[in-house]
Every structure is written in C-alpha cells, then in structure tokens.
Write a protein that binds this ligand. Sequence first.
Ligand SMILES: Cc1ncc(COP(=O)(O)O)c(C=O)c1O
Length: 400
Amino acid sequence: MTRATAVHPDLRPPQPLDATPGQWCLDPGIAFLNHGCFGARTRAVVEAQDQRRREFEARPIEFLGRGRGPLIDRAKEAVARLLGARARDLGFVTNATGGINAVLRSLHLKAGDELLTTTHVYNAVRQSMRFVAGRCGGTYREVHVPLPLRSRQAIVDAVAGALGPATRLLVIDHVTSPTAIVMPVREIIAAAEARGIDVLVDGAHAPGMLDLSIEALAPAYYAGNLHKWVSAPPGTGFLWVRPDRQNDIHPLTISHHYGEGLAAEFAWQGTRDISGWLSCPDAMAYFERLGWERVRRHNHQLATWAHAHLCQGLGVEPASPLDGSLLGSMATVALPGEAQRFGSPEALQAVLYDRHQIEVPVLKWSERWWTRVSCHVYNRPEEYDRLADALIEELKRTRP
Ligand SMILES: Cc1ncc(COP(=O)(O)O)c(C=O)c1O
C-alpha cells in the first residue's frame, strides 16, 4: 500500500511525543502493535522494580513485615489519584482476572440468579462467570451487541434491554478486548442501578488509556490492570469496591486480616513479591512527565487514524465510527474473508511475526477474523503502514 498519511482529509496521525522508543525495553526490530495484551515497560520501571527486590532481599522482615503497610499505602495513594478514587476503597491484586474473581467468588448467589455480560466479554472472564453461575444453579448469559456500531446509544439500548428480573450482576467491559470498543459505562451503570442491579466494570484496559473517575462512575465494583496502559510491572492490578459493598468482598486468598475491611484484607494475601505494586508510581512518573492528557490524546489520535487507514487499505467496513468516538488507544479492524485461508488466526499471526516482524493479534470474533492494533507513545504511523503492506502481501500470496 502506498504511504497514505491522510486517509481522510481530516484524519492525520499525531506528531510523535518526545518519548524516544529507546527508553522502552522493546526490541526495536519488531513493530510492536500489541501493547494491549501484556503492556510493555520502560527501562526505568524495570530498574525501579529490581531496586525494590534488592531492598527486600537485604532486609526481608523490615521490608515485607514492618514496612509493608506504609509502602503499599503510598503506592495506593498514587494509583488512586490516577483512578479518581480513594486509596482506602481499593486493594492491589495480581491482575484484572484476579480482581474479577474476587468479586464473583464472594457473591452469595442462589439458584436462578443470572450473571449477565455482552458478547464482547474477555474469555477468561466468561469462564469465571460460567464457573460461578454453574456452581450455584445460576445462569450465565451474553447479550449480543453486533458490529458495526454506529453510536453509544445503540450499545446502551442493547445492554439495558437485556437486563431482566433474575439479573443479579452485570459485568461490562470499560474497553472491550476483542473489539476495542470504549463502552458507555456511565449510562449502562445508571440503567442497571435504576433496576437495582449491581455492575462490575472490567476496566482491564482503562487506567492510562481513559481519563478515569471511578468514584464518579460509582459502579458496585471496578477491577483493572496497571500492567497494560500504565506500563507498570506485570502482575499489577487493582480492585475498587463501593463502600456499601466492601464488607462482602474478600480477596481470593483469605488470610490473617479476614474481616478487618477491604484495605487490610487485600494488603496481605500471603507471602508474595510486592515489588510490582510498589513500582506503579515509577511507571506513572514517566507519563506524568509527558503529561497524561497529551499521552491519551496522542494514542487516541493514532488509533483513530490507524483504524481508518487500515480499513481503507484492506477495503473493509469499519467496525465503529471513523471519527474514533468509540475508540480509546486501540482499534479492531476486520480482515478480508480470504484471510481465513490461513486456517487459524494464530497461523496468520505467526506469519506476520515470522516474515514481517510485526507483533499484532489476529482473532476470531462473531465468525469473522479481525486484527487489533494498539497505539502507545512509542508507536509510529509507519508501523501501521507496515502492517497494511504485510497483510495485503500475505492475502495476495494465498490467492489460488
Ligand atoms: C477486557 C479484559 N479483561 C480482563 C483481562 C485480563 O487481564 P489479566 O490477564 O491481566 O488478568 C484482559 C486482558 O487482556 C482484558 O482485555
């Protein structure tokens, strides 16, 4: 594909931020378009975590025994400011899956209770919900929200219309994993609350990608990751619980502080390496220097441009409006039908990596194949050109 920097007269890639890719640990030989999966980290964050590990190893009891409380509190204060929440209403967990499981497995469900989500749910969350519903004679249901999406209201209508008398909990993604849609969670929470239904927001992708105020959203529960868009060490997630629900929610590992409240229970989940949680403020410092607002604007503008650019290059219909109004820092693009000649999404993903040095997910959702591109401060428009070129070349190669 020829280098089309402006697919749309109004759509342009952003000017790169002053964020030299060399500050990141990523291999510069790979076009890394999959930040959304496990995130990626700067060298400074890796060093900060190493330093904390050395401090622990030098004085294990002082660090993890006597020092743990104030150390965790300080890290939580910084994270809470980013999330628009109070530190006392959240606990660190290893990942969003763990935070979501803590909620699901703390619920007292009875036979017939329904756990509801959408067809955009992350598969690990689907499995957790199925397990918990199945164990107590409850039901698990997904409401289909079809693509292409034209408006926020279409999503609100589909989800609100699916709430029923048996719905006990609605799990809604803030940013969906396979389809990269930013869900109108505020309106959805309002619709569910109006019917007395609790909402658990899966915010795995939201911190760092969206300007968050969890306290203003005020769902019953909000779980998220810091190892994705905050680029904190792997194994850093959190669970926020609204004060009126906190007495009922416990970590997956119940330990000494059972019954002492959310903050105390989550601050000790057995002996573990807490260096990742403590390094979250170091990860945030990098983006604070660049300015969170600038980072978010850059990433969103790049995602909006890449979305339109790839749809045009591949000749496919966009899954969401081209103005980017339903996107954050990722975009999911349909692949032409001939992509399926590769046999499996994993096979095409491997070809892109092995032959073209592009790391990007290829996935199946609702019978179609898609690719999802992530856009962070180290990404450049040429990398999306490279992906379009590679896909066009590979699809041509498979023609009989
Ligand atoms: C929407 C969503 N929820 C949950 C998760 C799970 O994240 P983790 O593996 O860190 O628990 C992911 C991971 O990509 C996700 O995209």
